[in-house]
Structures are given as structure tokens and as C-alpha cells.
Design a protein around this ligand. Structure first.
Ligand code: FMN
Length: 232
């Protein structure tokens, strides 16, 4: 697969074929490929926990039950801005309403939104849950390394005909996830990920998010900047 196709064709998949398991060798190949991701001084700070079978089901059952009981859990780190502001708020809303709108979920339909959000904890029916952790004493740079590794996992999965959805949603239930996986206390959950074969024709999988143009986030300079910093 061409690199551009792998990157551009990746999208968060939110409906997986439940009855199509993923071979362990395939998962190992994906992780071996992703392990070529760069990291500062090649320290490779990522740790991966792969849940299949009864281990997967236990995480799904426990997290889904917490979600349905109205337990929002507690995150160990802020993934999102504490105070939302533009332009991020608008982009977030566009994505959220775009997804719910596609599914026919109206604004204010909280029960339907809760059910759809709850699909996170069912791993969107994926047979494999992948969980990424990092040792607590690692610094920001290592989180950056892990981000590159996680994107590499998503791209390497595509080379195997597999798709993914990265999921910060599990961070609220980090205590449940880490307990059921046996993650040592000196490690912290970064995020989860559904991994499996996309369910063909599932409407939710037709959701395509937009992107801002390059000029909106890039400044080209071919001369030193002498004055006050300029906004975009
Ligand atoms: C670290 C990370 C965590 C995410 N967490 C969730 C999540 O919990 N649930 C979900 O449905 N999507 C989650 N997403 C997917 C984003 O919503 C998605 O990447 C974004 O809307 C862009 O869409 P695309 O992935 O289809 O290109 C997450 C993405 C990233 C990178």
C-alpha cells in the first residue's frame, strides 16, 4: 500500500466485523512494524497490552457496565483542553454533530448519544482491544514518541487489511482496564484502540472528517522574521 493511501485512507472505524478474529501473528507483525517508529535516543517508551477472548470480554463488560450506570470515571491526565475555546470547540462540535447526525441522533437526544458513546466500551464490536501505557516517570517527549508509535500501529494495521479506532474514552476507566490487564501501578494508560476488520456497509463507517488546509496551520518563511510575531 502506498504511504499516502495508507494515511489518507485511514479513518476511525466504529463498526467492526464481530465474527472475524485477528490472528495473533498478524497483531505481532503490526506491532513489529510499528515498533520501527522513531523515539528520542531510540528509547522506545511505549508499552502495549493486547486483549482478545475472555480478557477482551472482561474489559468490555466492566467498562460498558460502568458507562451504562452513569459512572463517568476519572481521567488521570487531561487529553482535551480544560477550557474549550475556538477554533477547537468548533472543530470538536463539527465532528461530534457530524457523526451523530449521520446516525440520525438529534441534538439533545441524550439516551441515543449515551448508547452511541457506549459503543466505545464494546470496542465497536472489534475482536481485539489494544491498550497503550507508559511509565509514570516518563516525560512529555516520551508521550510524543508514543503518539508516533500509535499512529504507526494504525497504519501498519491497514497494510494487513485491518482498521482501528484510537480511544481516549477508556482513560476514564483506567483503573478497571489496568486491573483487568494486570498493568503494574508504575504505568499509566495513554489510550485504548479497537482493532479488527471493518464491517462493510455500516453507515457509521462512512463518516469522513474534514481537515483544515495547510495554510491554516503552516507558516513558510524564507526570510528572518524581524517584527512582532504575526498571527496566521
Ligand atoms: C488519541 C485519540 C483518542 C481518540 N479517542 C476516541 C474515542 O474515545 N472514541 C472515538 O470514537 N474516537 C476517538 N478518537 C478518534 C477521533 O475522533 C478521530 O481521529 C477524529 O475525529 C478524526 O477522524 P478520523 O480518525 O476518522 O480521521 C480518538 C483519536 C485519537 C487520536
Amino acid at each position: 500500500m502506498d504511504v499516502r493511501d495508507a494515511i489518507i485512507g485511514r479513518q476511525s472505524i466504529r463498526a467492526f466485523a464481530p465474527d472475524k478474529p485477528v490472528a495473533r501473528e498478524t497483531i505481532e507483525r503490526i506491532l513489529e512494524t510499528a515498533g520501527r517508529a522513531p523515539s528520542g535516543s531510540n528509547i522506545q517508551p511505549w508499552k502495549v497490552w493486547v486483549a482478545t477472548g475472555a480478557a477482551r470480554d472482561a474489559i468490555v463488560d466492566a467498562c460498558y457496565a460502568r458507562h451504562m450506570a452513569g459512572d463517568q470515571g476519572e481521567r488521570e491526565y487531561n487529553y482535551y483542553p480544560v477550557a474549550w475555546r475556538e477554533p477547537y470547540l468548533g472543530r470538536r462540535r463539527e465532528t461530534g454533530w457530524g457523526l451523530y447526525g449521520l446516525l440520525g441522533i438529534g441534538k439533545g437526544d441524550k439516551p441515543a448519544m449515551k448508547l452511541q458513546h457506549g459503543r466505545n466500551f464494546l470496542l465497536f464490536d472489534a475482536p481485539v482491544g489494544v491498550f497503550f501505557t507508559i511509565e509514570r516517570d516518563m516525560e512529555l517527549g516520551s508521550w510524543l514518541d508514543c503518539g508516533m508509535f500509535i499512529q504507526s500501529v494504525m497504519l501498519a494495521a491497514r497494510a494487513e487489511g485491518l482498521e482501528t479506532c484510537p480511544q481516549a474514552a477508556f482513560c476514564g476507566y483506567h483503573d478497571t482496564v489496568t486491573r483487568l490487564l494486570g498493568v503494574p501501578a508504575d504505568q499509566q494508560l495513554i489510550c485504548g484502540m479497537s482493532l479488527g476488520y471493518a464491517l462493510d456497509d455500516a453507515p457509521v463507517n462512512s463518516f469522513r472528517t474534514s481537515r483544515i488546509p495547510v495554510r491554516a496551520f503552516t507558516t513558510f518563511r524564507d526570510m528572518p522574521c524581524t517584527g512582532e510575531p504575526q498571527g496566521l
